[in-house]
Write a protein that binds this ligand. Structure first.
Ligand code: SAM
Length: 347
């Protein structure tokens, strides 16, 4: 069977075997890879049309109690500049974002006890009160079941928590001993049970990742059926234990975006900032490979460069309006429209 036939079979079955995944990831046939991207794009178009959803990303804290070996904001990172946004700053970002046409706000941050339940319930509640027509997405790491429930009750709709890897041994190589694979998985199940639209995901090319671990990621995505999947290349962050590790590949990320689209036609799939960091038109290529979401930055300019999860992150010097316009321009250039819409998962 040719590789083109394999791709058609994956599309038809919405399933993939390990040998099929290997064939796709190891191919050096650019023409067949173009065919993979086109098929994934066709599937995305059939569900979401020529639309790209935008999410306004607000990076609320660069403090983190965790020590993930890959992350530039890990607690051992002595050089990292730590900041927290006040309630007013967060609401101000939402206000700017709303006026720019954002109808989803993503509040992301390190695991920072300052943003306890009382504070987060107050912030989420106020955003909900001011913007009835917006979705509120949180990406604040692992919290207790009760905490997730409180934030949901306060008005949060979605939660992004990358599983990072579905392989227990691989997880242990990426995280310190005090972080638990089981708890990460428990959190994802809890979020879904509560009723959030849930996003999982992983870094492409993270240290010690293999085709076998990626296969487990895809199997996990198939069984968990998340609403969103965030994948982007691993990019080394200076002074972390992985500072000298090779970065993830743009091509592999694109191939995996396409495979995920073929396996899960309805999924909300961002073309990530990390992809844009490694290639000047990485996000555009991500959309053309089947992604349908971009997340321009709404964080206050004075703190942008301090949310330094990896080195050389793009868009750290642009105002929210510039990021919004730039995104629209880039998407138009490839035939896609950014829409003023919450951009919910279409079942
Ligand atoms: N603390 C929250 C959490 O753990 O989900 C959200 C913030 S965390 C910085 C967001 C994501 O950034 C992580 O899930 C991880 O996949 C990604 N990330 C961290 N370091 C990275 C790196 N060096 N390269 C690419 N992505 C990275």
């Amino acid at each position: 069977m040719s590789l083109s036939d394999t791709i058609s079979q994956v599309r038809l079955a919405r399933d993939i075997t390990l040998p099929q995944l290997k064939e796709i990831l190891e191919s050096d046939d650019d023409k067949v890879m173009k065919n993979l991207y086109d098929q994934a794009r066709e599937v995305a178009d059939s569900v979401y049309g020529k639309k790209v959803f935008i999410r306004g990303l607000i990076e609320i804290s660069s403090h983190c109690k965790n020590d993930c070996l890959y992350c530039g904001l890990r607690r051992s990172q002595k050089e990292a500049i730590r900041y927290r946004l006040s309630d007013e700053q967060i609401l101000d970002c939402c206000d700017k974002g709303y006026r720019l046409g954002f109808r989803t706000f993503v509040l992301q941050g390190g695991e920072d006890a300052w943003f306890d339940d009382a504070r987060m319930v107050r912030i989420v509640g106020e955003i909900r009160r001011r913007y009835h027509d917006c979705a509120i997405t949180l990406s604040l790491g692992e919290r207790s079941d009760e905490s997730y429930q409180r934030l949901f009750d306060a008005g949060a709709n979605r939660y992004l928590l990358r599983h990072e890897t579905a392989d227990r041994d691989h997880y242990a190589k990426l995280h310190p001993a005090d972080m638990s694979f089981d708890n990460r998985m428990h959190c994802l199940q809890t979020l879904k049970r509560i009723g959030y639209q849930v996003g999982c995901g992983f870094m492409v090319g993270s240290p010690f990742q293999t085709t076998e671990t990626i296969f487990k990621d895809l199997q996990f995505i198939r069984s968990f059926q998340p609403h969103m999947v965030g994948i982007g290349p691993f990019i080394p962050a200076h002074e972390t234990p992985f500072a000298e590790m090779p970065q993830g590949s743009v091509e592999t990320t694109l191939r995996l975006l396409s495979v995920i689209r073929l396996l899960h036609p309805h999924v909300l799939l961002p073309a990530t900032t990390a992809l844009g960091t490694l290639h000047p038109i990485g996000r555009e290529r991500g959309i053309l490979a089947g992604a349908n979401v971009v997340m321009p930055n709404l964080s206050p300019l004075e703190h942008r460069k301090d949310y330094a999860i990896y080195d050389n992150k793009i868009c750290t010097g642009d105002e929210a309006a510039e990021c919004r316009n730039c995104t629209e321009y880039r998407m138009r250039a490839i035939g896609y429209e950014t829409v003023v819409d919450r951009g919910d998962y279409m079942a």
